[in-house]
Design a protein around this ligand. Structure first.
Ligand code: PEP
Ligand code: MN
Length: 257
């Protein structure tokens, strides 16, 4: 079931969504601190099955994390987006998931996309590290049994030649997609920039470029995060970003949700 907040967003053209939450769901204390924060997002991100570059890195809470989200969703009203990397995870994830996130490493996993297209829930496809627009839209076509308003594209930075930035935030492509497709276009400024101190400007630039929202990593104590600690906002930073987006949204005719 999708919350009314999310349903309204998917059908509107003038709302900009701030999807916030940790890179990885780590504990009940971490998640309740986020969910209890005033004004925290009603659509919450959180990795359960993590796709880490190195197998020795934290792989996510997995089944235990699903149980935790199930409990938290019974107590509170929020939608949850999480990454799915294998169709065998559907049974476990489906009861807690409102939006399926397909990560950059799986954009080309067409069997996964075909399977997700049958579930009827929104799917957000992150752009492959080096995918061009045609390849990305090809991946979206695999979801086409889903209506257009349930297909979301997420620009998360592509691989470029610049070593000082984690990735290259391609806002030109965001502008192109908004002119030439009807999909929701979300920007992930956290993975694109790789450093919390750049997330604010990247987010403001994204709303100005016409994006329909951001997916932003947020942690109650970023320094202690088990994954992507360097790029997570803390709760104060998230609140001031939301306020700035609101002011800019007024000029651009976008309501921040
Ligand atoms: C994530 O959102 O936590 C993630 C792993 O992102 P990406 O697939 O863009 O690397
Ligand atoms: Mn991350």
């Amino acid at each position: 079931m999708l919350g009314t907040h999310l349903k309204t967003y998917l059908q509107s053209d003038d709302q900009f969504i701030v999807i916030a939450g940790p890179c990885s769901v780590e504990s009940e204390a971490q998640m309740t601190e986020l969910l209890n924060a005033p004004g925290f997002s009603k659509v919450v991100r959180g990795g359960l099955f993590k796709m880490r570059t190195n197998p020795d890195s934290f792989q996510g809470m997995r089944e235990k994390g699903v149980e935790l989200i199930e409990k938290l969703r019974q107590e509170r009203d929020f939608d949850f987006i999480t990454e799915i990397s294998d169709p065998r995870q559907i049974e476990l994830l489906d009861p807690v998931t409102s939006i399926y996130q397909v990560g950059t490493r799986n954009m080309y996993n067409y069997e996964l996309l075909k399977e997700l297209s049958t579930l009827g829930k929104p799917v957000m496809i992150k752009r492959g590290f080096s995918a061009n627009i045609k390849e990305w839209l090809g991946a979206a076509e695999y979801l086409s049994p889903l209506p257009e308003d349930k297909i979301m594209l997420c620009e998360r930075g592509i691989r470029a030649f610049e070593p000082l930035l984690r990735n290259h935030l391609d806002l030109g492509t965001v502008i192109w997609l908004k002119e030439n497709t009807n999909f929701k276009v979300i920007v992930d400024p956290s993975h694109a920039m790789g450093d919390a101190k750049y997330v604010r400007r990247a987010s403001l630039a994204s709303i100005a470029a016409g994006a329909d929202g951001i997916l932003v990593e947020t942690h109650p104590e970023p320094a202690k995060a088990l994954s992507d600690a360097h790029q997570a906002l803390n709760l104060d930073e998230l609140a001031s970003l939301q306020a700035e987006l609101k002011s800019l949204g007024e000029v651009l005719g976008k309501q921040i949700v």
